[in-house]
Design a protein around this ligand. Structure first.
Ligand code: BES
Ligand code: MN
Ligand code: ZN
Length: 499
């Protein structure tokens, strides 16, 4: 999709369709008032007759409106003028797209940018219109033998801004929105690919491919023999039962000052989680192809940062493995030694995410990081605690947690903090090793984070448990691309030259 910004009156747009907001109950927006005036009260007449109420979900397509230059005008209901929040704004945009798809118009001028959204400015509205439009248009048909093509697909959106003064700001917002949206798209595609295609090797190849597209991005891949030398006995124990060799993928985007410590993202990349010898039940096991969505979000956010050529240092580390049962797979009761030297009793082979993350987190020390943020579909317990709305957030450094909470509010891709108190650590006691890999009954998300916290003592660290948010189940099964939006916002908030 092509996106641009423009300032100017709605009746003067010579284009396929102009999108105009109307509010509940039957209230005109300023652009609607302008159209109303030039068309001698046509819009207010329609409202008075009850053709459209202005509620969210309402839409009314008009043709050949008097004294306008556009082919069509689409009135979009935006609900109560003062109640438009982040979620409502997304719904309004998606409703617009759905209506436009069957309108025949291909080029659109949108005046939804004049709707005021609580505590958000014009840049935010443009950036998030782009994310919402792309989200609404996303489909994953790579693996269908016949693809449905829209007869007249939407090609171009022009966002209206208030005067020339907002043009530069608007163009910057378009660049950011498109880059983040492309990162989300990439993360969705990687997530949706099945385990027989999206293997650890496939993930590594995608990361290498991304580096060929950006001068400042370098990808390197460690093989199992390299990891053995580094002493990553915990990570390697997970992939032992799989025919797919483990990969440790590192993406370095170093476009900042040499002295600037990097932001390091670590993404769980279990390309299929069968549970191993502690085999999962069959129901919905296919969804464990999504157990690499943390990795996908790391690739997505690095793609966005590189696209935007941010003058920053950002590193992505992805431990990529497949978790399978086999004659040489880890057994419950096995003890392994992690790269940190700490020993782990594997009481449940299905708690594999923490086993690969702990070695990747030790590996991250070599970057002397500013902060380390890991992203993982780590615990079913997180879905019990928080459902599908926020990611779980746990951190050993409150300022970092607050920065992520705030990036979540800005982006709408939210997280919610859980306590990482020492009181929970004792649940990880083992009779035979330094720790067990499961914490028993209660607080499964917290004890998983407690496990990781034993490997992150040397830096500021936050953990995002995305088990509830990375994909949707049921009729609309599919990856969401979360939390690329959150992570990109966190990075943008730290970028001094991007404000
Ligand atoms: N990948 C799963 C977590 C998961 C399960 C995410 C379902 C989303 C939906 C993880 O590897 C896992 O199996 N965790 C176990 C941990 C338990 C054995 C302590 C879980 O949550 O059941
Ligand atoms: Mn598991
Ligand atoms: Zn898993």
């Amino acid at each position: 999709m092509e996106y641009t910004v423009k300032s100017g009156n709605p009746e003067k747009q010579r284009i396929g369709c102009v999108v105009i907001p109307v509010f509940a109950s039957r209230k005109l927006s300023s652009s609607a008032k302008i159209i109303d005036k030039v068309s001698n009260g046509y819009i207010s007449n329609l409202l008075r007759r009850g053709e459209i109420e202005g509620d969210i979900g309402n839409a009314l397509l008009l043709h050949n409106v008097e004294n306008t230059l556009c082919d069509r005008i689409l009135l979009i209901g935006c609900g109560k003028e003062k109640d438009v929040d982040v979620n409502a704004f997304k719904k309004i945009n998606c409703n617009m797209v759905k209506r436009l798809q069957s309108s025949g118009a291909t080029e659109i001028a949108s005046y939804l940018t004049e709707v005021s959204v609580k505590r958000k400015d014009i840049s935010w509205k443009i950036h998030h219109s782009i994310e919402a439009i792309d989200e609404c248009l996303y489909k994953f048909d790579q693996l269908k033998s016949k693809k449905e093509e829209a007869r007249r697909p939407l090609r171009k959106f022009i966002f209206s801004v208030n005067g020339r003064g907002q043009l530069m700001q608007g163009e910057q917002a378009v660049r950011q929105g498109m880059a983040v949206s492309a990162g989300i798209h990439l993360a969705k595609d990687l997530g949706n690919l099945p385990g027989n295609i999206c293997t650890p090797d496939y993930l590594a190849k995608q990361a290498v491919k991304l580096a060929t597209q950006h001068k400042k991005l370098k990808t390197s891949v460690l093989e199992e023999s390299d990891m053995e030398k580094l002493g990553m006995g915990s990570l390697l124990s997970v992939s032992k039962g799989s025919r797919e060799p483990a990969k440790l993928i590192t993406m370095e985007y170093m476009a900042g000052d040499k002295k600037q410590a990097p932001i390091v993202f670590v993404g769980k990349g279990v390309t299929f989680d069968s549970g191993g010898i502690s085999l999962k039940p069959g129901a919905a096991m296919d969804e464990m192809k999504y157990d690499m969505c943390g990795a996908a979000s790391v690739i997505g956010v690095l793609s966005a940062c590189a696209d935007l050529q941010l003058p920053m240092n950002i590193v992505g580390i992805i431990p990529a493995v497949e978790n399978m049962p086999d004659g040489i797979a880890s057994r419950p009761g096995d003890v392994v030694t992690s790269m940190s030297g700490q020993t782990i009793e594997i009481l449940n082979t299905d708690a594999e995410g923490r086993l690969i993350l702990c070695d990747a987190l030790s590996y991250a020390e070599k970057y002397d990081p500013h902060v380390v943020i890991d992203i993982a579909t780590l615990t079913g317990a997180c879905i019990v605690a928080l459902g599908a709305h926020p990611a779980g957030l746990l951190s050993n450094h409150n300022p970092l947690a607050n920065d992520l909470l705030s990036a979540g509010q800005t982006s709408g891709d939210r997280c919610w903090q859980l306590p990482l108190w020492d009181d929970y650590q004792e649940q990880l006691k083992s009779n035979f090793a330094d720790m067990a890999n499961i914490g028993g009954k209660g607080a499964g998300t917290i004890t998983a984070a407690c496990f990781l916290s034993r490997f992150t003592k040397k830096y500021h660290w936050a953990h995002l448990d995305i088990a509830g948010v990375a994909w949707k189940s049921g009729e609309h099964k599919g990856a969401t691309g979360r939390p690329v939006g959150l992570l990109a916002q966190y990075v943008l908030d730290r970028c001094e030259d991007c404000q």
